[in-house]
Design a protein. Structure first.
Length: 102
């Protein structure tokens, strides 16, 4: 336990700014997941939309249309909950229209 507390202390030190951001991001994701699990409407919406995307078997999961639909799904569900977590996709990784304002 001592090692864990020491690591956590170091994560929040000024010297470890990058690690601090990762820890805060992870905590925000855990908090967001708890809120999502209490929201049946969003859970159902996410499940239905993912199933629709899967049914389009002619599209791979990395196809730009699938990625765009997943992005819109995130915005209309998880994006409505607090804390809001910004999701940024590199145009190198995901060459969908990045000029759209979100």
């Amino acid at each position: 336990m001592s090692i864990g507390l020491h690591s956590l202390k170091n994560a929040f030190s000024k010297k470890q700014k990058n690690t601090q951001n990762i820890v805060l991001y992870a905590l925000a994701l855990i908090n967001l997941e708890k809120k999502l699990m209490k929201n049946q409407k969003f859970l159902s919406q996410i499940s239905n939309e993912i199933n629709q995307i899967k049914k389009q078997n002619f599209l791979s999961s990395s196809h730009s249309n699938s990625l765009a639909r997943l992005g819109e799904l995130y915005k209309s569900t998880l994006g409505e909950l607090n804390p809001r977590i910004m999701v940024r996709v590199s145009s190198f990784i995901c060459p969908i229209n990045t000029s759209k304002s979100h």
